[in-house]
Ligand binder design. Structure first.
Ligand SMILES: [Zn+2]
Length: 304
């Protein structure tokens, strides 16, 4: 076996609304190189930037790279590599996988960004015992979605919608959702919706928790609504796929331990009313997504 085969180098690219980040990783997901550039708009610029940042991350080792994985917002068909509607980058329809492959000369694979981050979190948190079991990654970003990884492999479902739990309607008499339904989980417990419900601070979640702890009435009400929706979200995920770990990611999860504390309190409250739930011990499965590693880019590489 040649050294190149043993190293099994891959590049992972994380496409964001404002920046594009790339890592060079080995077979274990260890980061060997990285690069980051501002994102430009339009189909041609996006493809050029992905290939350019991939070259920057790999440097002289680009020739050894066996695959490029890309994680991107938008509607992703991971089988064909087609991406639709990357709103922030003015992309309506783009054959991202085939074009990156053609321009770079390396096979390319595309996943949606939440799925890529799920694989990345599983890789980083899996540690010495790898990625055994099911890991659910809950992304509290602009929207709310989950990525589910089973023994290192993404669960896509029949149409690629596995884990799209943000548009499960749970409160039919509450807020109208842009998707057309009422009371979707995403209307209350995504990062963006918490920003709408608590416009008094940026970021809103740490401020909301701090003020609720001081018993400020409005903060108590809003936090209660948000945390109940997070509790529903976690139960839906946990009771559907029974994951070993539930990883909290996305901008809102950067709140850190105070967020884990309020979620734990909500889950314990529910456990106190339900023996079945108590046996699942969901608080013990909660983890914060690693913030010191680029999980989106690492996961894009590992999924390629
Ligand atoms: Zn919806």
């Amino acid at each position: 076996m040649s050294e190149n085969t043993m190293n099994n180098l891959k590049i992972g690219v994380d496409v964001g609304g404002t920046k594009i980040e790339a890592v060079l990783v080995d077979a274990m997901g260890t980061v060997l190189g990285s690069a980051r550039i501002p994102a430009r708009h339009g189909n041609d610029a996006v493809i050029e930037d992905i290939v350019a940042v991939a070259h920057q991350a790999a440097g002289e080792r680009f020739d050894e790279v066996r695959a490029i994985g890309v994680g991107t917002p938008g509607t992703v068909d991971s089988a064909s590599g087609h991406v639709g509607n990357i709103v922030n980058l003015d992309v309506v329809s783009l054959d991202m996988g085939p074009l990156v492959s053609q321009r770079s000369g390396v096979p390319a694979h595309v996943e949606n960004d939440v799925n890529a981050a799920a694989v990345g979190a599983a890789t980083v948190l899996g540690g010495a015992d790898g990625m055994a079991g099911t890991i659910a990654f809950l992304n509290f970003g602009t929207g709310l979605a989950a990525g589910i990884v089973e023994n290192g492999v993404l669960m896509h479902g029949y149409s690629g919608a596995a884990g799209e739990i943000g548009h499960i309607p749970v409160e039919p008499h509450r807020l109208k959702c842009p998707c057309g339904q009422y009371g979707c989980l995403e209307t209350v417990c995504s990062g963006a919706s918490v920003g709408r419900l608590w416009p008094n601070a940026d970021p809103p979640m740490p401020d909301l928790i701090r003020r609720a702890k001081k018993r400020e009435a409005e903060a108590v009400d809003v936090l209660d609504m948000v945390v109940r929706a997070i509790g529903d979200t976690i139960q839906i995920l946990a009771q559907s796929v029974d994951p070993r770990l539930i990883v909290l990611g996305g901008g809102m999860a950067k709140t850190g331990e105070p967020l884990v504390e309020v979620i734990t309190a909500e889950l314990r409250r529910r456990e106190s009313q339900c023996r079945f739930l108590e046996t699942l011990d969901l608080p013990a499965r909660l983890r914060l997504a690693p913030v010191d590693q680029p999980v989106g880019a690492i996961g894009a590489a590992m999924a390629a």
